[in-house]
Design a protein around this ligand. Structure first.
Ligand SMILES: C[S@@+](CC[C@H](N)C(=O)[O-])C[C@H]1O[C@@H](n2cnc3c(N)ncnc32)[C@H](O)[C@@H]1O
Length: 244
């Protein structure tokens, strides 16, 4: 593994995220609820969509639960993550597709080009592993894969506005992770949870960009109606529409 983001290819990191972190993300349920409301407001039920950097497919599964006739492309570069997405997706269905692909390289689009254009592309806590120039290019690539009228939503870890805001965000995460541990009666102390959060293996792989910059990159890529639909400290749901 040469790139910091490739830590996600490790079985233990993938499993740790899925089992101990994902549901403990502050306001995780609310983020998904808002995402679904935004999608329901303009994406047809028989849509086709990509979940980019899908992990265990939590976001794509939520869309499928709302729209069972949708066609889903779950894409991730981590074999353990794609295995988890496959397992959690339920019985095989010709509307479910799983792709191992690395969007660090522009040729990732070749794997989905035959299925394009898409009504919807979603991504959760993933694109922030790319350098800013690549983030901008990925937004352009996503734009090219969407139908006119299609929607892109990025639920993302964005840069804090100051060291103070970063400290507040860390405390929010630690409180939320600790609450999760208490519900599981794991016996772990808040200090242990805090040490693990602040020293986590994927932290070095985070290349966080400010929300405002990212919204501007979406506008420059051609998206209209660019907005942030939900934000709490470093967690933001933002996106836009490809004009008809
Ligand atoms: C923090 S996890 C989030 C997973 C899921 N989207 C969620 O909301 O829970 C980040 C995911 O992005 C994937 N990922 C990171 N960089 C990637 C890349 N260059 N290409 C494809 N997947 C990537 C990781 O393997 C991991 O599954």
């Amino acid at each position: 593994m040469n790139r910091p983001d490739e830590v996600w290819k490790k079985e233990d990191l993938a499993r740790g995220f899925i089992e101990h972190v994902r549901s403990a993300i502050p306001m995780a349920r609310e983020q998904i609820d808002i995402m679904l409301k935004v999608i329901a407001s303009r994406v047809p039920a028989e849509c086709s969509f990509i979940d980019l950097g899908c992990g265990d497919g939590i976001l794509g599964r939520a869309v499928r639960a709302m729209y069972p006739k949708s066609t889903a492309y779950f894409l991730d570069f981590s074999q353990p993550m794609i295995d988890a997405a496959l397992e959690k997706a339920g019985p095989a269905d010709d509307r479910l597709h799983f792709l191992i692909s690395d969007y660090a390289h522009p040729d990732w689009t070749a794997g989905v080009r035959d299925a394009a254009p898409f009504d919807l592309i979603i991504s959760g806590f993933s694109i922030h592993h790319q350098p800013d120039e690549r983030k901008r290019a990925i937004y352009q690539e996503i734009y090219a894969l969407l139908k006119p009228g299609g929607l892109f939503l990025n639920l993302e870890h964005v840069a804090p506005s100051s060291p103070w805001a970063e400290a507040v965000s860390d405390q929010l995460f630690i409180d939320s992770l600790w609450e999760f541990e208490q519900k599981r009666a794991s016996g772990r102390t808040r200090e242990e949870v805090a040490t693990e959060w602040l020293g986590r293996a994927d932290r070095a792989a985070n290349l966080l960009a400010p929300l405002d910059d990212q919204c501007e990159w979406l506008r420059q890529a051609g998206f209209s109606d660019v907005d942030c639909y939900f934000k709490v400290l470093e967690l933001a749901l933002f996106g836009g529409i490809k004009p008809r």
